[in-house]
Design a protein around this ligand. Structure first.
Ligand code: ADP
Ligand code: 5GP
Length: 209
């Protein structure tokens, strides 16, 4: 099979459980996946570490990264900037790892335009009620920020149809297994295995004589 990694974008409403799923997927399959770490101008939440969840930078530093072409994509989300550093993504794909970008919808669509064979996955909780419960339950945002994020979820819901697969995060274990199967299935897509097909065709031709 062809060895280059797949670029995967995971989006979903804030509070849908993307972070939780990513953590679990990476701990189960550490050699298969690489999670891109974004740069952001938002402040760290309690427990977040610079260089682990995000590279936390000032607006000035962020603008310099844009100017130098160091970001594959970037977007503004509820008053803050978020962007994907280019170097890490390219390096890991070349090493044959599947690289996951956990980014919002504008960024996702930009990535798809630049790299059309990107796999787009959208994570959603089983219901809107459950989304609100999880956002409140996480306890990391004020009610004002939660309201903005619920409003943003309304806008993002309009873009769900652009994604290749919906991942319903109801039972976490089932959800992680399902995401892994979808990605591994994607490796078998014929268009991702041109090298293999060419080789077997040539071998078959040779064996005719
Ligand atoms: P996101 O990264 O999408 O903003 P998080 O991963 O921070 O979301 O999850 C939001 C909250 O929901 C967290 O408190 C998390 O523990 C909880 N959560 C995540 N997945 C599930 C699930 N399958 N069932 C119940 N609660 C969940
Ligand atoms: P949070 O503040 O909850 O960590 O993230 C807010 C939103 O920004 C989430 O939807 C997250 O997926 C998105 N995001 C994180 N990093 C990036 C990035 O590099 N680019 C884009 N476009 N969105 C990002």
């Amino acid at each position: 099979m062809d060895k280059k990694g797949i670029l995967i974008v995971v989006s979903g409403f804030s509070g849908s459980g993307k972070g939780t799923i990513m953590k679990e997927l990476l701990s189960r399959y550490p050699d298969t996946y690489a999670l891109s770490i974004s740069a952001t101008t938002r402040s760290p939440r309690e427990g977040e570490v610079d260089g682990r969840e995000y590279f936390f930078v000032s607006k000035d530093e962020f603008e310099k990264m844009i100017a130098k072409g160091e970001l594959i994509e970037y977007a503004k989300y509820v008053e803050n900037y978020y962007g994907t550093p280019r170097d890490y993504v390219e390096k890991k794909l070349d090493e044959g790892r599947d690289v996951i970008l956990e980014i919002e919808i504008q960024g996702a669509l930009n990535v798809k335009k630049m790299f059309p064979d990107t796999l787009l996955l959208f994570v959603t909780p089983p219901s809107a009620d459950e989304l609100k419960k999880r956002l409140v339950g996480r306890g990391t945002e004020t009610m004002d920020v939660i309201r903005s994020r619920m409003e943003r979820a309304c806008e993002e819901a309009d873009g769900m149809e652009n994604y290749d697969y919906l991942i319903i995060n109801d039972d976490l274990d089932r959800c992680v297994k399902e995401m892994h199967s979808i990605i591994q299935g994607e490796h078998r897509r014929s268009s991702r295995n041109c090298g293999f097909m060419k080789e077997i065709k040539e071998d078959l031709e040779r064996m005719k004589h």
